[in-house]
Write a protein that binds this ligand. Structure first.
Ligand SMILES: *[C@@H]1O[C@H](CO)[C@@H](O)[C@H](O)[C@H]1NC(C)=O
Ligand SMILES: *[C@@H]1O[C@H](CO)[C@@H](O)[C@H](O)[C@H]1NC(C)=O
Length: 501
């Protein structure tokens, strides 16, 4: 924790006190402190597992290095209805649709983790796996960006897909491809894809410069397309509807383009287009305002020429004042066990998203020239408070919770056995060669009382209810379904936690 300007080490000077009892009390204190702080998990193991999950979600032709062996090739003809090759990319969750919008957010968050905590990810030996996870998404986006104002943003009819319980390798439901263009625009998804490609261009800058250039070129033109042709793509609705509009994605894309290019054009964009819609208390695949605020605050906090970004620091402060417990401005609910609770269904994402942002903000505040605190009315938050919040939420997920269960599959001794996931809940194609039909999947596998035959290692499920309860039954999709965008911010957060002891 060398980056923190915390005063918690002041007690150590008292060991030179003449009273020999004082040392004893310091020991007792240290013992109690260690007790309180005892929930230190094997974050490195969790980090490795969190990335394995992405291999289970792969669509397309699997590479020979594929580590999740119960999966096989799938959806190789995706895009054929539009005469375009859309093989690859990720299934978003427990179903087999490729939704471009949450997929792009997933990639942006994986990239942010790689950029912010690259040194720690390297030290954990996971940078290669993280780059592979990012590239599986960005290769797909490059193929999907077929013209300067054309982006294929989804493959699979969500209703027909959801009426089947089938392994991806067996899919029979229609693989309809969805296109946005000048006459049918989709500002949110075009801008989010731009953010994903721009942030990835930073990740690959030194390891693969020509790939990085390609990513950036695509990011730049997608941003122009998103900004000029405004409209909302609704083909993912009601599964993925952008309720908060597209202002956040435009600011988010411009921020990442600024980081990647250093061009003042993008900085002016975020200054000129800031508006009141940025007062928020959640961060998710749907609403990125808080991400924009923390990201731009890290520039502002460095000092030197970024004064015009101050409003983003104020808004980021608001986000943390609303999210952390025990401030005079707390708004977000928590379970009795202390876990952030926003709403049913993939609720873990709100905790993980806020925690990743808190870790980044804490690190930035601790080094800042401009300000080292967050002011919430009568309460002042220090970097240590933000960090402890983030660690507490991560520890809850990994097993420090009233039920003593890890919400990451395959981590610890007790974890969910019945994730709501088609591929993981049906015997692998490697063992059961015969096709499992739509209906048979439901009768034989979905309704089975047994644990999933394939361990979906590293997946974080939807998590507990508002009272910390959790019912490990496959049909309970709100609590048992994993998604790529729940795991994505956890990767960076886990990397950060490997350094805290
Ligand atoms: C845009 O895409 C739609 C299908 O989504 C298509 O019907 C339309 O012709 C396209 N417009 C242009 C200008 O290519
Ligand atoms: C918040 O305050 C409540 C009641 O005052 C207290 O029980 C709880 O431990 C506090 N939580 C934290 C995280 O400080």
């Amino acid at each position: 924790m060398e980056d923190f300007t915390s005063s918690s080490s002041s007690s150590s000077s008292s060991s030179s006190s003449p009273s020999r009892f004082l040392g004893f009390f310091v020991l007792i204190f240290a013992a109690i402190w260690t007790q309180i702080d005892a929930a230190n998990f094997d974050y490195r193991d969790a980090l490795s597992k969190s990335l394995l999950f992405y291999e289970a979600q792969r669509s397309g032709e699997l590479p020979s290095q594929q580590r999740v062996k119960w999966r096989g090739n799938s959806a190789l003809d995706d895009g054929s209805d539009g005469n375009v090759n859309l093989a690859g990319g990720y299934y978003d969750a427990g179903d087999n649709v490729k939704f471009g919008f949450p997929m792009a957010f997933t990639i942006t968050m994986l990239c942010w983790g790689a950029i912010e905590y690259g040194r720690l990810i390297d030290a954990a030996g996971e940078m290669g796996n993280l780059r592979d996870a990012i590239r599986w998404g960005t290769d797909y986006f490059l193929r999907a960006n077929t013209g300067s104002s054309e982006l294929w943003v989804q493959v699979g009819d969500p209703y027909k897909d959801h009426n089947c319980w089938q392994r991806p390798e067996d899919m029979e439901s229609p693989r309809k491809s969805y296109l946005i263009n000048q006459t049918s625009p989709g500002t949110e998804v075009a801008a989010e894809t731009s953010a994903a490609l721009a942030s990835a261009s930073i990740v690959f800058q030194s390891s693969d410069p020509s790939y990085s250039t390609k990513l950036l070129q695509s990011a730049i033109r997608l941003f122009q397309f998103a900004d000029r042709f405004r409209g909302t793509f609704s083909g993912g609705c009601p599964f993925y509807c952008s309720v908060s509009g597209y202002q956040d994605e435009l600011l988010w894309a411009a921020s990442w383009l600024y980081k990647s290019t250093g061009s003042s054009m993008y900085l002016s964009y975020v200054i000129d287009h800031a508006d009141k819609s940025g007062i928020v208390s959640e961060f998710s695949w749907e609403n990125k305002h808080a991400g924009v605020q923390v990201f731009l605050s890290t520039l502002y906090l460095k000092g030197g020429g970024f004064d015009a970004l101050k409003r983003y620091k104020d808004e980021a402060d608001f986000f943390f004042c609303a999210t952390l417990p025990n401030t005079s401005e707390t708004q977000v609910d928590r379970t009795p066990g202390g876990f952030i609770y926003v709403r049913s269904g993939a609720n873990t994402q709100y905790s993980i998203g806020a925690s990743f942002l808190a870790a980044v903000y804490a690190d930035s505040l601790a080094k800042a020239q401009v300000s080292n605190t967050v002011s919430c009315g009568r309460t002042l938050l220090h970097p240590r408070d933000l960090f402890n919040f983030a660690k507490g939420q991560a520890d809850y997920i990994l097993g420090d919770n009233p039920r003593r269960i890890s919400y990451m599959v395959g981590f610890g001794s007790s974890f969910p056995q019945q994730p709501h996931h088609r591929g993981a809940s049906i015997e692998s194609v490697a063992k059961l060669h015969a096709r499992v039909s739509c209906g048979e999947g439901f009768y034989t596998w979905y309704s089975s009382k047994s644990p999933n035959p394939n361990e979906l290692t590293g997946a974080i499920v939807g998590g507990p209810d508002r009272d910390d309860s959790f019912v490990d039954v496959r049909s309970n999709s709100a609590q048992l379904e994993p998604t790529t965008y729940v795991n994505a911010p956890f990767v960076g957060l886990l990397a950060r936690l490997t350094a805290q002891i």
